[in-house]
Design a protein around this ligand. Sequence first.
Ligand code: THU
Length: 163
Amino acid sequence: MKQKFEFEYDSFDSVDSLSTADQSLLATAKDATETAFAIYSNFKVGAAALLSNGQIVIGSNQESASYPVGICAERTLLNSIGSQYPKETILSMAISYHPVGKPSDEPLSPCGMCRQSLLDYENRYEAPIKIILGGFTGPVMVFKSASQLLPFGFNGSVLKGLK
Ligand code: THU
């Protein structure tokens, strides 16, 4: 039997159509690219999350001379929130990027590892994280849950109760 999988997301021509709160979070993610340590790729990524206590926390990619050791902006941010604010849920996360010498004019598509980490976080707190993706200019995509970015993703609940 063939099955079809579909989901809905919001697509905007520019940041102007976003709510004030989402515009502000995306602006903070753009600013966060300045804290990236991306001397190997020159691809600076910034992420900003709004927590359930109203606080906004940022993260950026931090690269390593041993390339695979580096970590993406999204996971820098998730790990920071998980350590510093373990009692808060993440309401929304905006992600932007600055590729040095090139335009940042379309949304960044988060990597697969970050999608898994976002899904892990949603499952851990049983709360969806709204994802806002946008470059420095151009269109913006908004997903109501990070799980939309990883259909049929692995849910750690299957690991519970193993002997
Ligand atoms: N990067 C992120 O920070 N997030 C993503 O979703 C994709 C890639 C970083 C990793 C590396 O430092 C640089 O961008 C180039 O891959």
